[in-house]
Design a protein around this ligand. Structure first.
Ligand SMILES: [Zn+2]
Length: 172
């Protein structure tokens, strides 16, 4: 486990250095959750740090896809979408991801906004890779649920990247 955590930490350091300068002084930690959890990842503020919860599936992804997923979580921090922290909020977040209450209009709007921010920061290619990986590693039922949560589809990722003229991407 430690090796993976170290790898994620290194990738986040690189992302922050290159594209998220405002997060330079943030402490970011990782917690892996079992594969049966119905989400990729989420970020939670607490105890003076940000915790990125990652599904164990991440271990199987190629680096580009991992980068896309991590960039998505950093954009949640940048756009200030976490709760204030504390144990209650941790529990709330977990329950939210298990329940259909996550599929509210507000949550969908947030995920769409975050994916767009990922593209604006120059990570359309990795974002696309992470979405494609999701289709491979999760069951059809979970993929449908994830789509309902407002994440951009591959077509939407490409067209938004084109629209804003962000050329810093590759589709593989
Ligand atoms: Zn998200």
């Amino acid at each position: 486990m430690a090796n993976y955590i170290r790898k994620y930490g290194k990738m986040v350091d690189e992302l922050v250095k290159k594209s998220f300068p405002e997060l330079k002084s943030c402490k970011i930690r990782f917690i892996e959750v079992p594969r049966f959890f119905p989400f990729w990842s989420f970020v939670q503020r607490g105890f003076g740090s940000f915790f990125i919860f990652l599904n164990k599936v991440y271990r199987k992804l190629d680096d580009n896809a991992v980068k896309g997923g991590l960039a998505h979580e950093l954009c949640h921090i940048v756009l200030d979408h976490q709760y204030r922290g504390g144990l209650n909020d941790f529990l709330h977040n977990f329950i939210k991801y298990w329940s259909s209450s996550f599929n509210t209009k507000m949550s969908r709007k947030i995920e769409t906004e975050v994916d767009r921010e990922v593209i604006r920061r120059g990570y359309a290619g990795p974002l696309l890779a992470s979405h494609n990986a999701g289709e491979t590693f999760f069951s059809k039922k979970i993929v449908e649920m994830l789509h309902a949560r407002g994440y951009l589809t591959p077509e939407q990722i490409k067209s938004y990247a084109k629209k804003i003229g962000n050329g810093d991407y590759s589709w593989n």
